[in-house]
Design a protein around this ligand. Structure first.
Ligand SMILES: Nc1ncnc2c1ncn2[C@@H]1O[C@H](COP(=O)(O)OP(=O)(O)OP(=O)(O)O)[C@@H](O)[C@H]1O
Ligand SMILES: [Mg+2]
Length: 238
């Protein structure tokens, strides 16, 4: 089993859009048994896949005899399951901070038998939870807007990992919400030609309306871009 975190220091850069569509590509394009773990209390990934928190909360994952039954839910798509966000995520960070015997890495081990790929949709920011993610993930996909502030946030992330997680997972940066009609976007993206770019697309915005991954409803440029990105993720995991 491999764990792919979708993480960025900045908010609103397309992390959830990437996480949902990568999880869908994992389950369909690669036919992997896939778990999308919604680690953001806002629950946007959970909502986008038409799910709601189960009765039991993620906080229970910390119980010594934690049974995952009843927490993980099947999505509408074959091989794609979801661990939905719930209110208890507010306490998850404190639980990690207070009990050093607990770790996200250990919790992920319990999925080893049932899943080939776990995708983590992370909240923004260099939080305690982010440190757990850096220790647990095999790869970190980093969505970046084509702007100087995003580039700065990416450098901050690189510096943080170099300092505190020297043997940590590699980063796979990806441009998001790219509008090639805008001079700054075009120049920024063209300066790094081998980095995948997810276009600004109405189909991605509409995911929250259709409550479905883009590739489940269209086969346009946005769906194809996520498919290419998933291909890169698989190569990076080898
Ligand atoms: N490529 C895109 N084209 C158009 N709209 C997009 C694209 N990617 C994301 N969006 C829209 O931008 C908004 C933010 O995207 P998303 O929720 O994926 O970001 P996020 O980084 O997960 O945000 P947060 O930090 O709040 O978790 C959403 O309304 C989403 O529909
Ligand atoms: Mg999000």
């Amino acid at each position: 089993m491999k764990t792919v975190a979708v993480f960025a220091i900045k908010g609103g850069v397309g992390k959830t859009a990437c996480a949902v569509n990568l999880a869908y590509a994992s389950a369909t394009q690669s036919a992997r048994r896939t778990l999308l773990w919604d680690l953001d209390g806002q629950g946007a990934a959970t909502f986008t896949l038409r799910l709601a928190p189960a009765g039991r909360s993620q906080r229970k994952l910390f119980a010594a005899d934690a049974a995952l039954d009843g927490m993980i839910q099947a999505s509408d798509y074959a091989r794609l399951d979801v661990l939905p966000a719930d209110k208890s995520l507010r306490h998850l960070e404190r639980a990690y901070a207070e009990d050093s015997a607990r770790s996200l890495k250990k919790m992920l081990k319990s999925f080893d038998r049932d899943y080939d790929r776990v995708i983590l949709d992370c909240p923004p920011g260099l939080t305690t939870l982010a440190e757990e993610v850096f220790r647990a993930a095999d790869l970190i996909v980093v969505p970046l807007l084509p702007s100087p502030l995003s580039a700065r946030a990416f450098e901050q992330l690189q510096a943080h990992l170099a300092k505190h997680h020297r043997k940590g997972p590699p980063l796979l940066p990806v441009w998001t919400m790219v509008d090639r009609r805008r001079a700054l976007h075009k120049a920024t993206v063209d300066a790094v030609p081998d980095r995948t770019a997810i276009p600004y697309a109405v189909a991605i915005e509409a995911m929250a309306v259709h409550q479905a991954p883009v590739a489940a409803t269209t086969n346009g440029p946005a769906a194809r871009a996520f498919g290419r990105l998933w291909g890169e993720v698989e190569v990076a995991l080898r």
